[in-house]
Design a binder for this molecule. Sequence first.
Ligand SMILES: NC(=O)c1ccc[n+]([C@@H]2O[C@H](COP(=O)([O-])OP(=O)(O)OC[C@H]3O[C@@H](n4cnc5c(N)ncnc54)[C@H](OP(=O)(O)O)[C@@H]3O)[C@@H](O)[C@H]2O)c1
Length: 280
Amino acid sequence: MPEAPSNVPPQTPRGASPRTLPRARVGFLGFGSMARAIARGLARAGVPGGDMRACARDWARLSAGTAELGAVACRDAREVAQGSDVVFVAVKPDVATRLCASVADALAGRVVVSVAWGVTLDDYLAVLPDGAACVTTIPNLAVGVCEGAWLVDERDTLSTEQRALVDGLLGATGSVTRLPARLMDAGGTIASCAPAWAAMFVEALADAGVKHGLPRAQANLLAERMVCGTGRMLEQTGQSPAALKDAVCSPGGATIRGVAQLERGGMRAAVIDAVDAVLG
Ligand SMILES: NC(=O)c1ccc[n+]([C@@H]2O[C@H](COP(=O)([O-])OP(=O)(O)OC[C@H]3O[C@@H](n4cnc5c(N)ncnc54)[C@H](OP(=O)(O)O)[C@@H]3O)[C@@H](O)[C@H]2O)c1
């Protein structure tokens, strides 16, 4: 068998943790879009449904969401905290610390993982019991298909073992990137808001395909595969986006005419402006 060349790029996503799944009982305070995506990803990665529990306000919606995964629907946040080793805080940011404060005693001894964007570690420490184990993160919805991107504040109050446990759970559903608190918003905008913009690009591209005669299903599939494959290729080869663009554009060819049109349309500026609009 030929020897692998020494410059073979790593096959795990850049920034990713090794995907070894620790055993832990996982709870969710709030079971909306984000919590369900995390739970689906964990289930896909091998966490048994029965090891997951959640609460929300709307019982019917909660029951339907947990039933899909064989997870336990709980009547309230206390029941979630009491039955979990790791508790994801997945309510809207304005509710997060109030809810944690209301069950602070039950959260003692649990690992609290916040996904509530903008709520800081200090916000949690102000309401959690002394010595609480807490870390703040921003995931994106692709964690639901184990292709997510997790941003993790590099400042936390976890022990080495608790950090390994959290990394194992998060890493099972996506890459894990630690950032200083001051860069979390910028990182979150790129990784967590931009899926909406990427979906708009896919939709627009597919529309163009339909305009030129492709059936909708094939147009969607081609656009989706193009985005997945391009991202994966950049990640696995380490090639810069500029180099990949140059590699597709042959001199005098068709692709560079499309590039010129996108530049006339202000694509790059529009993307940068979108990030500015989020960050204010
Ligand atoms: N969506 C994303 O792409 C994304 C990305 C990064 C971070 N996040 C963060 O994830 C968090 C959740 O966002 P989301 O998009 O999942 O919102 P969402 O779909 O509106 O879900 C919020 C959940 O919180 C529940 N809830 C509200 N008040 C509660 C209370 N007092 N006790 C228990 N549960 C309560 C809601 O229950 P009911 O449905 O019964 O009202 C719902 O299940 C936010 O903090 C957000 O910053 C989201």
